[in-house]
Design a protein around this ligand. Sequence first.
Ligand code: SF4
Length: 489
Amino acid sequence: MSVFSTAPEVEVRERRLHSVITYNGTAKDLYEKAKADNYAPCDRSFSQCSSCMGGQGGGVVAHIRDVAMVCHAPIGCDAGMIGATLAARGTAAARKQEPFDLHVMSVNLQEKDTIFGASDKLKKAIREAYKRFNPKAIMVSTSCASGIIGEDIESVTEEMEEELGIIVSAIYCEGFKSKIWSSGFDSVFHAILRKLVKPPKKKQEDLVNVFNFEGTDTFSPLLGRMNLRVNYLMALTDLAQLETISEAVCSTTICETLSLYVAAVLEEQYGVPEIKTASPYGIDWTDTWLRAIGKVTHREELAEKVIAEEKAKYESELQELRTKLQGKRLYVVSGDSFAHNLANIGKSLGLELAGATSLHHDLKTDNPESVNTLNALIETNGDIPNFSVCNMQPYQVIKILERLKPDLLVCRHMGLTGLGSKLGIPTLFEGDANYSIGYEGVVKFGRRIYEALQTKKLVENISRHFEHPYTDWWLNQEDPFYFEGGNTK
Ligand code: SF4
């Protein structure tokens, strides 16, 4: 069955990829169960917090330069855009590009709109966005409120396209549709693939699509050595760049979780091969990733040259770091594939993996041949005995950390990062996902980890003064998860 369809919406991950937000066991057990289609996702009886797929989708679109975004939502749904503004400015500065401001508006749905409908309000907002920002395309994001009242967004976008003469595309990302907020990535990529991407006019044999967030430019120095150009998507891209992503020689990513859908569609619809190895985090995964890119771009010899030279360049510092970090136990908390990436860098630095928590887990990939990063981690590093899937839930993470007492926590979720310090665990926040790629990235990660470990006395002091809200009854429970239902079908 085709991955892509021209239908306005793409299925959420629970249905498409059987993604789950609960698991506790070992990495190998989860992988085996997923492979045998023998994992019955269970729910948790209590959810402390979560995130919305609308926020993820919006975060991607809002960073496209000449595209405006209209949120058909109550104003609060898109409050997170304030953070996106800062991220966009920071990325532009880090990449030494022109400053960039977000072009986002909210329809500000009110209670009466949910009774009488708000199509006219939406049209007014689209016209206003066109007038204010002069965009080349407008993306309309949906919300729980617009979904519940059943607004006919397709008709509005078609009418406005005709009136304004530019593309107006809807992103169907109502928060209630999915507990996997990464479903929002698929919604936004679907909206882009459906209306913005054009069939290739010519192949650009040196252009590599790199799906990423608002990170620093670390891919160009590495791939530039193989005479390849990096097409960073989506942050700070523009419409012209988007239209031609079908012309790239291949697609790669900082995280399978972010781009599995768009990469699979680009391969299926336009013959842009997806790099089917784990992303370049850790020495061994950088080797295999560069070789895969060398193969698909017919630059095998160049790839070997880059691998040999880069490894030689960082070998002595890497050895030094391994000695300094010897015996330290690392715990990782991050989104699905990115947790595997961070764990693999830890292994390259000789750290012992105390365990890992991924914020959700996709049991399948859209392209069955795509890399399974959990399996890649098991193959290169062995099983991970303490492996869990948990969509944030600080009340569970605190118990895991207290039980395992790692020497160091690496966290990609800002809200959970403070938990480490409060428990007296030196913690590293991995905010810029591009920063630690490649051989140099492993060394930079090691330096930062070493620095973080020097905060041990400080965080122990913090933990002595920290009072968490959990009762002794809760903290003394054997099972920190309280899942409803079992793990096996
Ligand atoms: S879950 Fe619904 S109400 Fe909450 S932010 Fe998302 S779209 Fe808005």
